[in-house]
Design a protein around this ligand. Structure first.
Ligand SMILES: C[S@@+](CC[C@H](N)C(=O)[O-])C[C@H]1O[C@@H](n2cnc3c(N)ncnc32)[C@H](O)[C@@H]1O
Length: 394
């Protein structure tokens, strides 16, 4: 295999040229010359016979290739091959310190300082995460459907990485944001650019499962569960895994794309057919009321009011405002449960608790007074909180 012999201090610059043109040998690594003064850069089949002037001064040598033996796990160590150390130091905290995985996608947040280096960051991150197909910059959540604005900054195509201008040539399937996420033994199909989905809510969903099992124990029968802001259905997934937990199910969302993905998910989870396109809220099966609906209008539907044992309220910016509509959906002839999420200023948690307690009907005796529990920071001052309310029968 041909190798380019490059003095140590010039290796980074030359590697930059070679990577940009995809002339390197995939799966082979750079290694040191015997005298230790140079490095040998392996060249792949794309490398030309004759190099441009900027590289022609380095001698070509034929050696056996040395396979990549271990994957570098520190992406910043690889970023040094892309950007000079001074620039890296000046970027400081602008460089993304964490990332989120959704299926085989990695999502990072680049601020204005880091954005010009998006392709270098993408190459370094993809090199340290060989299972990632696509890396995207998160430009924020938009609108009432809470859809993410995700901009592709790098993708893996076979053995090479596309980033910067080369990304334009990526085949559409490589840039697809529809992915499968495995959670609680179920595969959830989602597309965060079309419908809300967060991998960070897994613990929350398992807590909801534990609460529902507790209520089933008390009622001694499967539950009628409503998730009127269900998105693609992740909160329902673990509930359906538990045998004899879900009797009747209402799963609705205002976003038709979310409902389309929900139907794909329900078809797989329940091994029964759901519509291939989103439809308005309908009884697809006797015990399955699913489809597109505005949750704030459900209390106008006699088929839905007063019928549910558990209601999941995950519209954190509007949960408190919508609580009165939600309460009327509960079957008050037996104990029931509301599981909600709220975004609130940390300084206003106490007053939000008082407000929630004043809206809710009486709480089952022996059960705790509903209170917001902080789950994580939403911004510098806002907190994402959860609560559960055990409602007494009337
Ligand atoms: C925070 S997401 C939660 C989604 C899902 N429950 C989850 O945990 O992934 C809120 C969802 O409410 C939906 N939504 C917003 N306004 C709504 C309304 N008025 N009625 C029904 N769904 C609504 C959005 O489309 C979004 O899917």
């Amino acid at each position: 295999m041909r190798h380019l012999r490059v003095p140590n201090r010039e290796v980074e610059a030359v590697l930059g040229h070679i990577r940009a043109r995809e002339w390197g040998a995939v799966g082979m690594r750079v290694f040191s010359s015997k005298d230790g003064f140079s490095r040998l850069i392996p060249l792949g089949p794309n490398a030309p016979e004759e190099f441009p002037e900027s590289l022609a001064m380095f001698p070509l040598e034929v050696h056996e290739g040395v396979p990549v033996d271990k994957i570098e796990t520190d992406w910043l160590a690889l970023l040094v091959n892309e950007i000079d150390q001074e620039t890296i130091d000046s970027l400081g905290e602008s460089l993304p310190s964490n990332h989120e995985f959704i299926g085989d996608m990695m999502i990072v947040r680049l601020d204005d300082n880091a954005a010009p280096y998006a392709d270098a960051i993408a190459r370094a991150k993809l090199a340290t995460h060989p299972h990632v197909r696509l890396i995207l910059n998160d430009e924020g959540v938009q609108g009432e459907f809470r859809i993410r604005q995700l901009q592709p900054i790098g993708a893996r195509l076979g053995g090479s990485v596309l980033a910067g201008p080369t990304l334009e040539f990526a085949p559409p399937e490589i840039l697809s944001t529809t992915v499968a996420v495995k959670e609680s033994g179920r595969v959830i199909r989602c597309d965060p650019t079309k419908a809300y989905f967060s991998t960070k809510l897994q613990t929350e969903r398992l807590e909801t499962l534990a609460l529902a099992k507790q209520l089933r124990e008390e009622l001694g029968r499967p539950l009628r569960i409503a998730d009127p802001f269900c998105g693609v259905g992740p909160a329902i997934a673990p509930l359906l895994v538990e045998p004899n937990l879900v009797g009747d199910l209402l799963a609705a969302d205002l976003n038709p794309d979310a409902v389309g993905l929900l139907f794909e998910n329900l078809s797989k989870w329940e091994r029964q057919k759901y519509p291939s396109e989103p439809i308005p809220l309908s009884r697809v099966y006797e015990n399955r009321l699913v489809g597109v609906a505005d949750a704030s209008l459900l209390d106008e539907n006699e088929d839905i009011v007063g019928k549910w044992d558990v209601i999941i309220v995950n519209l954190p910016h509007r949960t408190i405002e919508l609580l009165p509509n939600i309460i009327s959906l509960l079957d008050r002839t037996s104990p029931s449960l509301i599981r909600g999420r709220v975004i609130v200023e940390e300084s206003e948690i106490e007053s939000a608790n008082t407000q929630i307690q004043s809206i809710l009907p009486p709480i089952q005796s022996g059960k705790p007074t509903p209170k917001l529990h902080i789950k994580r920071d939403y911004s510098a001052s806002l907190r994402l909180c959860s609560f559960e309310a055990w409602i007494a029968s009337s």
